[in-house]
Write a protein that binds this ligand. Structure first.
Ligand SMILES: [Zn+2]
Ligand SMILES: [Zn+2]
Length: 270
């Protein structure tokens, strides 16, 4: 566990939090007027693997090789070469005040577009950006240059077992009452589809019938060529039996642990 404090005056800025992976839906935008829940679980923080904020460099200045090294394979207007923010739930924040002139957003809340909008209550230093406008997952992003880690307090929480996670997932329907996918499920499917496409390397893939075909089949048919000898795809994970080596798929679809960010073991090369 760790507590984040102001780098200027040392004031405590968060409750004790333990590090987890940044949820895949962190950057999702979902429907104007829709208030999304809080991004991070209570008592947790994540370091955003993507830099954010200034300095920005235009796509033409970055070049394909450098962008690919950052994991960006399609042109964007500009890439951030800023710092990697520390993300927590708004409820974990202590001792801050809003900076009124930076409270951009205001369709339903703050969107963080004016830069840091929270200051240390004790010394006035801008330390974080609160985001709670509609269509955005609610979070506070601490500026890593404006905060520091204070001595750890208490033991780290236990890692939740895959079995418990699977049970929680079973209890969470992937659909809203309206019949639409839940925002979280749509983001997870989008992330999985992107990884599946990358693992295919543009060659035909064959997905198993049932849930996988229902979820990804139409998109893959549209995005990948069809042809003989497709790469095979199968579900894998810590709660599924390992297939015999000769039956191992080319690509495994595996779960990602929300605390550790690690993938379940799998038999496929990709
Ligand atoms: Zn301070
Ligand atoms: Zn709104």
């Amino acid at each position: 566990m760790v507590v984040f404090g102001c780098a200027g005056c040392g004031a405590v800025l968060t409750a004790p939090v333990a590090q987890v992976a940044l949820p895949v839906h962190a950057r999702q935008k979902w429907g104007n007027g829709v208030l999304l829940p809080v991004l991070m679980e209570p008592g947790t923080y994540a370091v955003d693997p993507e830099p954010s904020g200034p300095p920005w460099r235009l796509w033409s200045e970055v070049g394909v090789d450098e962008a690919e090294a950052r994991g960006v394979f399609a042109p964007v207007r500009a890439l951030s070469f800023g710092r990697r923010a520390i993300v927590v739930a708004p409820g974990e924040i202590r001792g801050t005040v809003l900076i009124p002139e930076r409270c951009g957003g205001y369709c339903c809340g703050l969107d963080g577009s004016d830069g840091p909008n929270l200051a240390c209550e004790q010394c006035g230093r801008a330390v974080a950006t609160r985001i709670d406008d509609c269509s955005l997952w609610q979070a506070v992003r601490l500026d890593p240059g404006a905060v520091r880690r204070l001595p750890a307090v208490g033991p780290a929480p236990e890692t939740v077992s895959w079995k418990t996670l699977a049970q929680e997932l079973r209890d969470t329907p992937p659909f809203e009452e309206s019949g639409h996918w839940s925002a979280r499920c749509a983001a997870a499917a989008g992330a999985a589809l992107a990884h599946l496409l990358a693992a295919s390397a543009g060659t035909p893939v064959a997905v198993p019938d049932g849930l996988v075909a229902d979820t990804f089949g139409r998109a893959l048919d549209a995005l990948l060529p069809s042809g003989p000898m497709p790469k095979t795809v199968a579900l894998a994970g810590p709660l599924l039996p390992h297939p015999a080596p000769e039956l191992a798929p080319d690509i495994s679809l595996v779960p990602q642990h929300p605390q550790t960010g690690r993938h379940g073991s799998h038999p496929a090369p990709a």
